[in-house]
Ligand binder design. Structure first.
Ligand SMILES: [Ca+2]
Length: 148
């Protein structure tokens, strides 16, 4: 009986160390708080998480997440399982739900957009340096304000 008990203790210890190890491996969470979301149009707010090398290249995003609307007129995107590092987030309000950010002939967005840290508006898309933030590996909160 004593042998069985000590065996169970060893097994429980293995389980504990395994669950701790898998928590480390799964990365952390980045929460983007999106403000001034328009109720009209409907559609879906889509958030892309990027590194410097993939910045605003939709097919190379680290992760895509659709936003959840909040009661206070905003929306939230939650990226999960994200390793520590430096990231930027690009957001667009996909009003027609075609999964593309619609733009006109000269490339000006025709759907609402924002980027992490609300880089100052200039001609063209924001630089990664202006939108970047550091994710320490556990939980990071970032904000942006929609522009339509
Ligand atoms: Ca669209």
């Amino acid at each position: 009986m004593r042998q069985l008990v000590s065996c169970l203790v060893v097994v429980a210890g293995l389980c504990l160390s395994f669950s701790v190890a898998s928590a480390d491996a799964s990365g952390g969470e980045i929460v983007l708080d999106i403000r001034d979301v328009a109720e009209d149009p409907a559609g879906t707010i889509r958030c892309g998480l990027y590194t410097n090398s993939s910045w605003l290249q939709p097919e190379d995003a680290v992760q895509w997440v659709d936003a959840t609307y909040t009661d206070d007129g905003g929306a939230v995107c939650r990226f999960q399982g994200i390793e520590s590092g430096t990231y930027g987030i690009g957001v667009f309000h996909d009003a027609d739900d075609d999964h593309d950010m619609d733009s006109n002939l000269v490339g000006i967005p025709q759907e609402g957009i924002c980027a992490s840290n609300d880089p100052e508006g200039r001609m063209g898309p924001p630089d990664f340096e202006a939108a970047q933030f550091r994710h320490g590996g556990e939980r990071t909160e970032v904000t942006c304000t929609m522009n339509y």
